[in-house]
Write a protein that binds this ligand. Sequence first.
Ligand SMILES: [Zn+2]
Length: 269
Amino acid sequence: MQKITKNIYVETGFQGCNVGFVITSKGIVMIDTPMLPADAIKWRDQVAKHGIARYLINTEPHQDHFSGNYFYKCPIVAHEGTRNAILTTTSVDQYKESLKQMSPASLPLVRRFTFRPPDITFTERMTIHLGDHTFQLINFPGHTAYQTAVYIPEEKVVFTSDNISHNVPAWLHQALPYEWLETLQKMDELDAKVLVPGHGSVCDKTYLPEMSSIIQSWINVMTKAIKQGMNEEKIQKNIGSLLDTKLAGAGYDEVLLSMNVARLYEVLK
Ligand SMILES: [Zn+2]
């Protein structure tokens, strides 16, 4: 666990997404949850040492961010689209099956598991005032349509969700690529010294141009292939040689490459 400002702690070492919490004079606000139940319980105990959890914010509709909701009792806040995804795209049986591989130690903790949906939702913006802190929740489409940035002006910190994955491959399997580029520009306008990405180590605004160029590279690679008359099947088969040097050196595995290609072909064709 890393203390990134006077009142904010972040853990980037759990399997799954980054998680954090903010200590206010009226209690704790948590941002996202550890993916593995064994970690979610460790995290709950660590948070409890600093006060009572008052709110939990989910930044996006992917399981690695919200499966841990079950282990916390406070109200959960998220974009309406994230709530809908939790209600419609999850399967408890599949989740338990995946834990057999990922974390056998977690199995005894999920006997009565359910995916806990958010209690409070918004669509564009929402502000939570707690103690002396302000939490601006902003819908920033990109990685999905429902990404939520959590901006805490008093600490000059933004939790970016997976709109930033810092020095790790980017998931574009549900991306809105052009909106994503706009979002990264808007993030630059926030008065923030520290960015907490959805994955990868804590960074700052100097990484925004790099993240933009990764998304732009994906758009360029796919647009070029489509313009050359390649269909999706052909792009899928040849993607290894179509990637530019930036993307080729970024460590994408075959599954992720294929998902990114499928999505971008659908959006850009
Ligand atoms: Zn995600």
